[in-house]
Design a protein around this ligand. Structure first.
Ligand SMILES: [Zn+2]
Length: 326
């Protein structure tokens, strides 16, 4: 048991489908955490009340800790003063809600809010794979492609919060449609569905690929993870898909490198778990295409904090803001 009244920050990461709540000490030690599906409720107040209840339960489960503040990461944009949710496309019930005010009343502690990519970047910068670096570029590869930028030891998002939206770097002016309404963005090439579509298109020319059996049994079983798994087992077609995806991600990173000159690039999200079959073509592309940058491709690495990064970063936000107030 810790000595009495060790201070902890509460972090809540609200994803599109899952919520994670955690407690961390100022040095990043994770004291407790819990994840569960987002409750299906009909009002923002009921949703936030459920999160507050979980946070209180978690605090109640650990003895000897004193919560000093709460940070919350939301899957969308927040107002510049960080007090109001602007637009959460996957959780519209929160749009317009002044989330910190709700928790300040129900939890009786100071509360800060940011978007989830900001929180994940902050977590990796302070406590994860970026902790020894001041300039970190983070790319999250999932259904969508997100990102974050830390410069001089601070995470930035810009006045309109588009800084770090690396998924919308344009790779091809005549490329496939993107979720943002335009065409040819990185996300349109390396988002989850784009990877699956690429593999399914290639199957016509690779009838003997191991993926063909899975696709014939159930097309929905074809996922980036399955493609990566088969690539690691040496399947030629899946290796080709990972190589193509690596080329596009590498190209995206080349564009980002000349804009923000990072010390290190961290790749997170499910697809980053593919390992060397993906990292190798990414590093090769960056090596070949950015001769002027001096960026060392071996500094392209996986994130360390996994799916807890958002919650840990939300709690880290508490420590950042408390320090700034001192
Ligand atoms: Zn786009």
């Amino acid at each position: 048991m810790p000595p009495a009244n060790v201070q902890v920050a509460v972090g809540i990461d609200v994803g599109g489908t899952t919520c994670t709540v955690c407690l961390i000490e100022a040095d990043g030690d994770l004291i407790a955490d819990v994840s569960y599906p987002i409750p299906q409720v009909d009002s923002a107040e009921a949703l936030l009340a459920a999160f507050a209840e979980t946070a209180k339960e978690l605090i109640g489960e650990v003895a000897g800790y004193e919560p000093v503040g709460l940070g919350i990461g939301v899957p969308g944009t927040v107002s510049p003063d960080e007090r109001q949710v602007r637009d959460c496309p996957n959780l519209t019930i929160l749009n317009g809600i002044r989330v910190p005010e709700f928790f300040e009343q129900s939890m009786d502690m100071p509360v800060w809010m940011q978007n989830d990519a900001f929180c994940a970047t902050l977590a990796e910068l302070r406590y994860g794979a970026g902790r020894d670096y001041a300039n970190v570029l983070l790319l999250t590869l999932g259904t969508g492609v997100g990102g974050g930028i830390a410069l001089n030891n601070e995470v930035f998002h810009g006045p309109r919060q588009v800084m770090g939206e690396i998924g919308h770097v344009i790779l091809d002016l005549n490329g496939p449609p993107c979720s943002c309404g335009t065409v040819g963005c990185a996300e349109a090439f390396v988002g989850k569905q784009a990877i699956v579509n690429r593999a399914l298109c290639k199957l016509a020319a690779y009838r003997d690929s191991a993926l063909a059996q899975y696709a014939a049994a159930d097309p929905a079983a074809v996922t980036p993870k399955l493609i990566a798994d088969l690539a690691r087992q040496g399947d030629e077609m899946c290796l080709g898909v990972m190589s193509d995806i690596g080329l596009y991600i590498g190209q995206t990173l080349c564009n980002a490198i000349v804009l923000c000159d990072p010390d290190i690039i961290l790749l997170g999200g499910g697809i980053a778990g593919a390992g060397e079959v993906l990292f190798d073509p990414i590093r090769r592309t960056v090596k070949e295409r950015t001769p002027i940058s001096g960026f060392d491709p071996s500094n392209i690495l996986p994130c360390e904090l996994g799916n807890k990064a958002g919650a840990i970063g939300a709690a880290a936000l508490v420590w950042e803001r408390l320090k700034a107030e001192q």
